[in-house]
Design a protein around this ligand. Structure first.
Ligand code: ATP
Ligand code: MG
Length: 275
């Protein structure tokens, strides 16, 4: 068994996830190549990398939706925990179109047979936090893209997992909505300090949100570097824009990422020539 949950009595100082020499191949394609990392309990860990470098594959393996070809994953959960190990906010629209906002948000808790009073309290709390209370009875097609993304975030938080896995949750949004949702996500995260693994293509977003940022290489997807974000919390998205540390870090990540994007482009061109 390559993936296992370990129960620990005291995990406050330890790691929540340990990935050891993890690789995933799809036939001839190596999507993830020998990644090893420890993610601390309560850490906001961000992954950036060129398109197709294996970010989603890594997240799906962490969620238990995909098996690694080689390597191991240990997910540490507190002894006796009845919470789900992880919840995923997927890339793109991922809420159920046939369910109302309320039912979408309550889905995870209902699946676990949570008491009605708890569902009411928790779902009510998160809908309120994200300004969706008035839309509880609406269906997804009656909402804007930004509101639908808020619903998937509410659903993930309401499920109260040990670990939250988020795959480019705001990538389809306009700049203003993205900024508001980043603020909301930061505030909710400050309240609960969940372990979050967050994929984004936006370097600004990575620095705004993350405690550490892993830059992945283009094919095959390896961990190129992991950078700490030395910015104090709580963070204000607006104030960060004026902080020189923010600007320096964004520049440093862009420089590293640009090499990988250019490399990915060359590989794509070479593949195109062979085809
Ligand atoms: N189920 C699958 N079967 C075959 N190949 C796959 C499968 N899933 C992913 N891949 C391949 O693995 C590689 C990594 O894909 P992945 O979706 O993880 O990339 P990504 O970094 O999330 O890209 P993006 O930024 O565009 O979302 C790609 O070459 C992709 O074609
Ligand atoms: Mg992806």
């Amino acid at each position: 068994m390559l993936m296992r949950s370990i129960e620990a009595d005291n995990i406050s100082a330890g790691h929540a996830i340990r990935v050891g020499n993890l690789s995933k191949r799809f036939g001839p394609v190596t999507a993830v190549d020998q990644i090893s990392l420890d993610i601390a309990n309560g850490e906001f860990f961000v992954i950036v990398g060129p398109s197709g470098c294996g970010k989603t594959t890594l997240l799906r393996i962490l969620a238990g939706l995909e098996m690694p070809t080689e390597g191991s994953i240990d997910v540490v959960v507190p002894a006796g925990s009845t919470r789900p190990v992880s919840s995923v906010v997927f890339q793109g629209d991922s809420i159920f179109p046939w369910m109302t906002v309320w039912d979408n948000a309550a889905y995870g808790l209902r699946m676990r047979n949570a008491p009605g009073a708890q569902i009411k309290e928790v779902v009510g709390h998160y809908l309120d936090r994200t300004g969706l209370t008035k839309f509880a009875g609406h269906y997804p097609h009656q909402l804007s893209g930004g509101m639908r993304q808020r619903v998937s975030i509410v659903r993930a938080f309401a499920n109260d997992p040990e670990i939250l896995l988020m795959d480019e949750p705001f990538s389809a949004l306009d700049a203003q909505n993205k900024l508001l949702l980043q603020e909301e996500l930061l505030q909710i995260w400050e309240e609960h300090k969940k372990t979050v693994i967050y994929i984004t293509h936006s370097v600004d977003e990575a620095v705004i949100l993350g405690d550490r940022i892993m830059i992945m290489t283009a094919h095959p997807g390896r961990a190129k570097t992991i950078l700490p974000v030395p910015l104090a919390r709580p963070r204000s998205v607006m104030d960060l824009q004026k902080d020189p540390i923010f600007g320096d870090l964004v520049y440093q990540i862009w420089t590293s990422l640009r090499e990988e994007v250019q490399h990915a482009r060359k590989l794509d061109e070479a593949r195109g020539c062979k085809a």
